[in-house]
Design a protein around this ligand. Structure first.
Ligand SMILES: Cc1cc2nc3c(=O)[nH]c(=O)nc-3n(C[C@H](O)[C@H](O)[C@H](O)COP(=O)(O)OP(=O)(O)OC[C@H]3O[C@@H](n4cnc5c(N)ncnc54)[C@H](O)[C@@H]3O)c2cc1C
Length: 447
């Protein structure tokens, strides 16, 4: 059982690499211990967006009168929302399996155990390879807060399958995952509190727009505790008690449910990875070069395991680069323009540099910020709502960052992503013809 490439982990990194290698005519073995599709398809990107879409439809229906449409009895059915989410996941997982078959990829379901860089075992079976590609992803990090072992906390997995709406929920961590669940539960009617250790939600994204999104959700009833550290957790008859410290003050929050979303860690333990002696970062991520090669020859790593962005689209591109390296094709990974999206309502997206990252690097830049109301399509579809589009331009007049708060930021950010990746100047970007009326025209308006 010898293959040219063995891939461990069948998430976006692993299945993309497997497809690319199979299409290129290499013999490929993909080993996945759980479900092909990984976190993204089974418990991440796709299920969250499916649930958020139901919540958005519900929100829109409740506010239909703004568009002169009457919808008098608006209601949702949570078990059916969850059932639909499961159906969407099943359909997409089947699609991935079909693609892998088409690309002649051999898939083994089971936990891979690494013996050496050319040998991997699954149960009693041993497989040999020329090149090994590690795509084992990341897992939820549970912070060592006092009392954590004795409280029935949720991770995103539990939240995704909750068929009974919690009356109240405290979310520890105001990052992307925390904010998407905050938005979901708030839309459905839970009382939501978000506790965030730093001074703003959505760290790493444009701070000014993140603050505006927080203000919007505060109006909708979410309680935000910033600069706040959770110091203890306790399960009582009234609910889960979260004790926190905010500056010199201490306080408590009581809620029916508690969701942990403080971050994710690479999956590096329990499957013999240490035998390879790969160089790792302080956070335990596998260190790779721009061709996704690790410190050990013929061993590659992609996706969350490398820790560059913890995003599925980064994992996918890294996987393509790794297979190109295996094939000896010239290619290199670029992290210049990795878009990040928060699928709240309104959506918030950013790509490239932020003002904060430019200031930290001492790079001079110009900021252009305009209201989304400059887009006719936005005005037509967003009654009584505003948002902002911010472009960051460096001293050479190149677009280096773009940030959008307003629907559909997730879709239009791709336009700016291309401009930033291609290192376009403002005047080059302005020459691109964008269809009218679309919200994406906002970038032309800004220049
Ligand atoms: C709630 C949530 C929402 C998210 N939303 C988004 C989003 O909207 N957009 C976005 O871009 N990203 C999102 N992400 C992040 C995204 O899911 C990850 O970036 C992506 O899944 C990483 O892909 P990967 O292939 O590196 O790893 P994973 O998807 O984690 O896949 C790794 C696979 O390896 C398998 N594995 C691990 N060890 C072994 C072993 N020893 N043997 C065999 N198999 C093994 C695992 O079972 C898993 O299937 C979200 C994540 C979460 C948790």
């Amino acid at each position: 059982m010898k293959y040219q490439v063995i891939i461990v982990g069948g998430g976006p990194a692993g299945y993309t690499a497997a497809e690319a290698a199979g299409k290129a005519g290499l013999s490929v073995l993909l080993i996945e211990k759980s479900n092909v599709g990984g976190v993204c398809l089974n418990e991440g990107c796709i299920p969250t967006k499916t649930l958020l879409y139901s919540a958005k439809i519900y929100d829109n229906a409740k506010h239909a009168s703004k568009y002169a449409v009457a919808a008098s009895e608006v209601a949702y059915d949570l078990p059916k929302i969850i059932a639909r989410k499961n159906k969407v996941v099943r359909k997409l997982v089947l699609g991935i399996k079909a693609k892998l078959n088409t690309c002649q990829v051999v898939t083994v379901v089971g936990e891979a155990f690494i013996v050496d860089k050319n040998t991997v075992c699954v149960g009693n079976d041993t497989y040999q390879c020329d090149k090994l590609l590690l795509c084992t992803g990341s897992e939820t990090f549970i912070p060592p807060i006092a009392g954590v072992a004795d409280v029935p906390y949720w991770t995103h997995r539990d939240a995704l399958d909750a068929k009974d709406l919690p009356t109240s929920i405290t979310i520890i961590g105001g990052g992307v995952i925390g904010m998407e669940f905050a938005s979901y539960f708030c839309s459905l009617g839970s009382k939501v509190s978000v506790v965030e250790m730093t001074d703003e939600i959505l760290g790493g994204m444009d701070k000014e727009l993140a603050a505006l999104l927080r203000v919007e959700y505060t109006k909708r009833g979410i309680q935000f505790l910033l600069h706040t550290q959770v110091t203890a957790l306790k399960h009582t008859n009234e609910g889960i008690v979260v004790t926190y410290k905010q500056g010199d003050e201490t306080g408590t929050l009581i809620s029916e449910k508690l969701l942990m979303s403080v971050g994710r860690r690479p999956v590096t333990k329990g499957y013999g990875l240490e035998k390879l002696g790969l160089a790792t970062s302080e956070r335990g991520n596998i260190i790779v070069n721009n061709q996704m090669q690790t410190s050990v020859e013929e061993v590659y790593a992609c996706g969350d395991l490398t820790g560059f962005s913890l995003l599925a689209h980064t994992a996918v591109r890294e996987a393509e680069v790794a297979i190109h390296a295996v094939l000896g094709k010239a290619d290199a990974m670029s992290y210049r323009a990795i878009p990040g999206v928060v699928y709240t309502n309104p959506e918030f997206a950013g790509v490239g540099q932020t003002e904060e990252s430019l200031l930290a690097k001492g790079i001079t830049y110009q900021t252009i910020t305009i209201p989304m109301a400059y887009s006719g399509r936005f005005v037509a579809e967003n009654e009584g709502v505003n948002g902002y589009c911010k472009l960051l331009i460096d001293a050479d007049r190149r677009i280096v960052g773009a940030h959008v708060l307003g629907n559909p930021a997730s879709e239009i950010i791709s336009i700016a992503t291309m401009a930033i990746e291609m290192q376009m100047t403002a005047s080059e970007f302005k020459k691109i013809v964008i269809p009218h009326p679309t919200v994406g025209e906002i970038f032309r308006e800004a220049l």
